[in-house]
Design a protein around this ligand. Structure first.
Ligand SMILES: NC(=O)N[C@@H](CC(=O)O)C(=O)O
Ligand SMILES: [Zn+2]
Ligand SMILES: [Zn+2]
Length: 349
């Protein structure tokens, strides 16, 4: 008998869809898995105002309609915070249905050069967000080159997040793609307005994966994979049932030649089989019964959105991840390319 698991259709609370031709690949994958996704705004140029967010959402929906006219996937839009963001834009965005804003410390990650250079610069904006109940999403790493790369998340918590939380006690903050025991601990202790997303790759891999038999660019993302003790802490947090931890793939596609390069881009592509990877992680933690809440309830509850009502069924049946997917004029290599996967989404009969 094949083992099966039926759960409420999950949501992805941190996803990169990119733009243009890339959408044909990324939107199809996301819509096959998720009811909704928080769409990251780190395009070039970044999505910094309501008009851009509205136009980007329409481009996503146009691709979706062309591919799958009846698909029920809903992109949830976000704005990219810069030093020049205004409280007026926040209020306009909120009125338009933008649910969150993303804080990239300038220089911290892919397309973050237009990001915020000092937290003080956006205090009026954060005040407005707290006021209207908009969620602040944070790439939580310091950018100081003197801080060891593996310590940048933990230092960010001490230097930036703790003071921010003190100054905005009721601002909903999601610490994105947490990678350390320190972050899991901080979030668990920080009260009802603080949450975190956890990726599938940080639940399944430690930093050894980056160097297995040679350098492996498709396992390189930011924040970078950490030691096994941190992976264990993340698994424990995800499987704990604590509603302030939820699913965010951070699926971040880059054309294969840009990753397989002397200076390779950061980002792992997992959206083609994300829930299958999470199922593997939760099975490893002996917590498959907690996957549904992590994947479909906690995020919606934190954002104050209704839970989705559709379901998906997963089957424990091995299959092989494709070597690559078409991606505009080039190709995209998913995490696990060519390797075995334990779970699959059952096709509706
Ligand atoms: N996670 C990554 O390594 N990369 C993301 C940016 C981000 O989420 O930090 C990307 O946009 O490529
Ligand atoms: Zn990030
Ligand atoms: Zn991301």
């Amino acid at each position: 008998m094949t083992k099966t698991l039926t759960i409420t259709r999950p949501d992805d609370w941190h996803l990169h869809l990119r733009d243009g031709d890339a959408l044909r690949t990324t939107v199809a994958h996301a819509a096959a898995q998720f009811a909704r996704a928080i769409v990251m705004p780190n395009l070039r140029p970044p999505v910094t105002d309501v008009g851009q967010a509205r136009a980007y959402r329409q481009r996503i929906l146009d691709v979706l309609r062309a591919q799958a006219p009846h698909a029920a996937f809903e992109p949830l839009m976000t704005l990219y915070l810069t030093d020049r963001m205004t409280a007026a834009t926040i209020r306009a965005a909120h009125a338009e249905g933008v649910v969150a804003c993303k804080l990239y410390p300038a220089g911290a990650t892919t397309n973050s050069d237009a990001g915020v250079t000092a937290m003080r610069n956006i205090y009026p904006v954060l005040e407005a967000m707290q006021d209207v109940g908009m969620v602040l999403l944070v790439h939580g790493e310091v950018t100081d080159p003197n801080i060891d790369l593996f310590d940048r998340e933990a230092v960010f918590i001490d230097q930036q997040l703790i003071p921010l939380r003190r100054d905005f006690p009721q601002l909903k903050i999601v610490m994105e793609h947490i990678t350390t025991r320190e972050a899991a601990q901080y979030v668990a202790d920080a009260g009802q307005y603080q949450a975190a997303t956890i990726t599938a790759h940080h639940l399944l891999y430690n930093r050894n994966a980056l160097f297995l038999g040679g350098i492996r660019p498709h396992y390189y993302c930011l924040p970078v994979l950490k030691r096994e003790i941190h992976r264990q802490a993340l698994l424990q947090a995800a499987a704990s049932g604590n509603p302030r931890f939820f699913l965010g793939t951070d699926s971040a596609p880059h054309a294969a030649p840009l990753k397989e390069a002397a200076v390779g881009c950061a980002g792992c592509y997992t959206a083609a089989a994300a829930i299958e990877l999470y199922a593997e992680a939760f099975e490893q933690a002996e917590a498959l019964d907690r996957l549904e809440a992590f994947a479909a309830f906690h995020g919606a509850d934190f954002y104050g959105l209704p839970r989705s009502t559709a379901t998906i069924t997963l089957e424990k049946k091995p299959w092989q991840m494709p070597q690559s997917y078409p991606y505009g004029q080039t190709e995209l290599k998913p995490l696990r390319a060519g390797e075995s996967m334990a779970w699959q989404i059952a096709h509706q009969s």
